[in-house]
Design a protein around this ligand. Structure first.
Ligand code: NAD
Length: 455
């Protein structure tokens, strides 16, 4: 099939590339000319495991192209995917300006093209959009006079950054929201190569498809805030959340997945989608008390490492040198949107702390934000040189089993704040470190009442 993908970010680039890999003829469009230029040179503007090789192969074989020219991409396309951003507005609701701009531009282009045998074309909305957006886009296309020639389908994306190619190639399920069965059949054909192992292709109304995406993210964000809150209580009571996890996870109604305590969720999806669902509730008179709490808990959790440091150093952080391992919002990505590391960096810089940071992939993005204010270490050991404390913020695999003897030698102080519980407290303490995890039962006086000292 001939396909256009509009918006060549994390979702659009993975979607376009994987659809090309299954034999389709794909043109990816973006209005960011610098991004398209990088892609045309065979490089990637983002880090995503396994993606570069796929992009290069499909470009070489002529199934994948990149352009800033929407007209060129739409001319032949039977399916036009929309994968532009939907960031939060000031009141938390999703900003749909890019989705509408693309839909209107596509509608006008189609109006100017001769009618072709594969019409109606299908505008497939992959961006995460509030419930009712499909209907609003359909109404807008009707106003533009092209509702008969362009059908809107909803097809939320569930891929995870860091495993996006794998997730797209072998999805748990594909959800499509359509008004006509024929549209679902075109999409079923498109996705058939990815659903060989009996993974379900779920057809529903556009409203249910749009809602499904928000409910999925709301559930996952809730699990994270739940376990974080329990971990904080463990810290106060002297229980170890790792043991508690084991204690609850074997109950099959609960399970182990997505119940890892940490410094709060980040990324471009959970924070904004939780806010958007709260906004949808507000707009429809259905208060989202639980989602509000999930958001509040998460915002507080992003302060947890800083608060533990304040408590350990009794409010006197100025002049310390701190190493940070992990900056991306999660491992195997370079994405730092809403990352907990940024909250910690801001707080520590404000206290006059010298920071030595390291991340396998996200350094360039962090450097764009902080410039010379941080030291960008070549590797984890370079980061800990002369440091008073080490803070683990992102659990990259290479941080899990380091040479602690070398770290002890290189560091000035010997305190570890493990924001992901990747180390075993007893092992690390035996090696001469003071250890703080999340919910490991350290009886730190984690006070709301310790205020930073500026002396
Ligand atoms: P992104 O910011 O990485 O990419 C969006 C791209 O759209 C950018 O390259 C931008 O330049 C481009 N763009 C914006 N306006 C445009 C226009 N008018 N014409 C052409 N291009 C335009 O965003 P993303 O992370 O890929 O997310 C895209 C959507 O997918 C969002 O709605 C997001 O919620 C959803 N989503 C994201 C993920 C994820 O893990 N990142 C997962 C599932 C769903």
């Amino acid at each position: 099939m001939k396909i256009a993908v509009v918006g060549t970010g994390y979702v659009g680039l993975v979607t376009g590339t994987c659809l090309a890999e299954s034999g389709n003829d794909v043109v990816c469009v973006d209005n960011n000319a610098a991004k398209i230029a990088v892609l045309q040179e065979g490089r990637l503007p983002i880090y995503e495991p396994g993606l570069q090789e796929l992009v290069q192969r499909n470009c070489r074989e002529g199934r994948l192209r990149f352009t800033t020219d929407l007209g060129e991409a739409v001319a032949e396309a039977r399916l036009i995917f929309v994968a532009v951003g939907t960031p939060p507005t000031a009141d938390g609701s999703a900003d749909l300006s890019a989705v509408f701009a693309v839909t209107e531009a596509v509608g006008r282009l189609v109006n100017g093209l001769p009618v072709c045998p594969w019409e109606p074309r299908i505008l497939v909305v992959k961006s995460t959009v509030p419930v009712g957006t499909n209907a609003r886009l359909t109404a807008r296309l009707a106003e533009l006079g092209c509702a008969q020639r362009l059908e809107v389908a909803s097809n939320p994306e569930f891929l995870k950054e860091g495993a996006a190619v794998e997730d797209f190639m072998k999805p748990d399920r594909v959800v499509v929201g359509v008004r006509r069965g024929e549209v679902a059949e075109v999409l079923r054909e498109l996705y058939a190569p990815f659903l060989r192992t009996d993974r379900p292709f779920l057809v529903m109304s556009p409203e249910s498809a749009e809602m499904t995406k928000y409910v999925a993210n709301a559930m996952l964000a809730t699990k994270i805030s739940f376990i974080n809150e329990m971990a904080n209580l463990c810290d106060r009571l002297g229980a170890d959340i790792q043991d508690v996890r084991r204690g609850i996870g074997h109950d099959q109604r609960i399970g182990f997945q997505f119940l890892f305590p940490g410094p709060g969720y980040g990324g471009s999806c959970f924070p904004k989608d939780v806010q958007a669902i709260i906004a949808m509730g507000r707009q429809t008179g259905c208060p989202m008390h639980l989602m509000q709490a999930v958001d509040t808990v998460n915002n507080a959790q992003k302060q947890i490492l800083f608060r533990k440091m304040l408590a350990h150093y009794q409010g006197r952080l100025q002049g310390l040198t701190v190493a940070i391992w992990g900056l991306a919002f999660k491992p195997r990505t370079d994405d730092i949107r809403e990352a907990p590391s940024l909250v910690l960096i801001d707080a520590l810089l404000q206290q006059g702390v010298q920071l030595r940071v390291h991340d396998p992939e996200a350094m360039r993005n962090v450097q764009t934000l902080y410039g010379q204010r941080l030291y960008y270490a070549r590797n984890p050991y370079d980061a800990v040189q002369g440091a008073d404390a080490l803070v683990v913020v992102t659990e990259w695999a290479e941080f899990r089993n380091p040479d602690f003897a070398l770290i002890r030698q290189l560091m000035k102080g010997h305190v570890i704040f493990d924001g992901r519980n990747i180390f075993e407290p007893r092992t690390v303490e035996t090696l001469g470190f003071t250890y703080y995890g999340i919910g490991r039962g350290r009886r730190l006086n984690l006070p709301d009442n310790v205020t930073p000292s500026t002396q």
